[in-house]
Design a binder for this molecule. Structure first.
Ligand code: NIG
Ligand code: FE
Length: 416
């Protein structure tokens, strides 16, 4: 028995199943072991099964009756930025729309100004505060985008801050380059010039330094049209990066069909996507990443058609879209709640969409997203007895303990 072997007992949501993103019937199968136990050592899961059959271990942690799930995986965040947008939040409460504020030079541009003004050190300090929020909500892996710098120097600064957060917090960060998030003020009248800068300078530097795994673009009216988006993502692919895009968030502008044509790993948002777009994603094997907290936080009512996507056989992912403008939340349980109340997803589907399906969307399906032998011992002990409660209780502090690679990195009891 290795001296670091630990056995944890609880109601295990193992998600044991096919080694791929789940769709159809598999999207409802939690593979629950009611009186379960999991043995881990060296940060890796060694054994999972009924507590009655459990092997001996050096240490036993008894959470019998409490739900234990894999660590949550957040496949879409903008987690590094300067300042906040509480002023715009108040203005929207008084009737201004997101697009009106953006047209006046606010929105993304105001966060770009604050992020340019911040040092790497300041971005890391702010990022650590948000990292703690992610952890206390049960997230253990997250994707994080640049996109609030929009110069080579500032995009690199954000990606370096993400690399430091990856080293200096318990969370695992997967970095994405989003230089094509908006046109910066200095390129307002020269959009082609900015796309040239992304393709000829930013992407080569970032690929060379290994600062991002993936490139993303905001394909939207008044932002990057289909041609500009395709140019950026094709260049990224040439340089060995994976690709994804913000598609059909505010208008149905061909984002989903472009994702299918380019065979990106995921297509994200999809609030306005129609059946043709959904079928194109299915045919091309592109995973949809749905971000209902941004619909909620902008006070909108048009949620993405998750039920149709599931019925069409897509392996749906849910993510927070954490950012200071359209989605100021780090809580995947809250996102799951929205998916159940506004998108017709079941609590089991929502949980799978935030674990194994999200891990697969980030190319991390082999080592996380389920509680199976050989995977990382990343898991959450929830203060509830029924896995449906994770999505059911709104904004309750249910995540009681969080483990990353077998280390307890958060304990609500200890945090007082
Ligand atoms: O995913 N849509 C583009 N980007 C973000 C919003 C960014 C912002 O408002 O700062 C999103 O919603
Ligand atoms: Fe986003």
């Amino acid at each position: 028995m290795p001296a670091d072997s630990v056995l944890v007992r609880g109601r295990l949501v193992t998600l044991d199943g096919p080694q791929m993103a789940r769709s159809g019937e598999q999207l409802r199968n939690l593979s629950l072991i009611d009186a379960g136990a999991m043995l881990f050592s060296g940060g890796t899961i060694q054994w999972v099964g009924p507590a009655a059959d459990a092997p001996n271990a050096y240490e036993v942690i008894d959470h019998s009756g409490r739900v234990i799930t894999p660590g949550l995986v957040d496949a879409h965040t903008h987690a590094v930025f300067g300042g906040n947008r509480a002023n715009e939040f108040e203005r929207r409460a008084l009737g201004a729309t997101y697009q009106e504020i953006a047209a006046e030079g606010g929105g993304i541009q105001s966060t770009v100004a604050a992020t340019r003004a911040a040092s790497e050190e300041e971005l890391v300090a702010a990022g650590k505060r948000y990292a703690q929020w992610f952890l206390t909500n049960g997230t253990t892996t997250l994707e994080a985008k640049s996109g609030y710098g929009l110069t080579t120097k500032d995009e690199v600064k954000i990606l370096r801050a993400i690399a430091r957060l990856n080293r200096e917090t318990p969370l695992d960060y997967v970095p994405t380059f989003l230089g094509a998030h908006a046109f910066p003020p200095e390129f307002k009248d020269n959009q082609k010039g900015y796309v040239d800068l992304i393709c000829n300078e930013m992407l080569p530097v970032i690929a060379q330094e290994g600062l991002a795994e993936c490139a993303d673009a905001f394909c939207e009216e008044r932002y990057f049209d289909r041609a500009a988006t395709a140019r950026v993502l094709n260049r990224a692919k040439e340089l060995g990066l994976k690709t994804k895009l913000h598609a059909d968030q505010l208008t149905l502008c061909g984002g989903a069909t472009l994702a299918a044509e380019l065979r990106t790993t995921t297509a994200d948002h999809l609030e306005q996507t129609d059946l043709a777009g959904i079928r194109a994603l299915k045919k091309a094997g592109v995973q949809p990443v749905l971000l209902p907290a941004s619909v909620y936080a902008l006070g909108l009512s048009h949620y993405p058609a998750a039920r149709t996507m599931i019925d069409e056989g897509l392996a749906v992912v849910l993510a927070s879209d954490f950012n200071p403008g359209s989605s100021p939340t780090t809580s995947l349980p809250f996102v799951m709640s929205l998916a159940c109340t506004h998108m017709g997803m079941t609590p089991a589907e929502a949980l799978i969409a935030c674990t194994i399906n999200a891990a697969c969307a980030l190319g991390r399906g082999e080592d996380r997203g389920s509680l199976e032998i050989g995977k990382r011992a990343d898991f959450v002990v929830w203060d509830c007895q029924d896995p449906r409660e994770i999505a059911y209780w709104i904004a309750a502090p249910l995540a009681q303990e969080v483990y990353v690679r077998g280390e307890r990195v958060f304990s609500r009891a200890r945090s007082g």
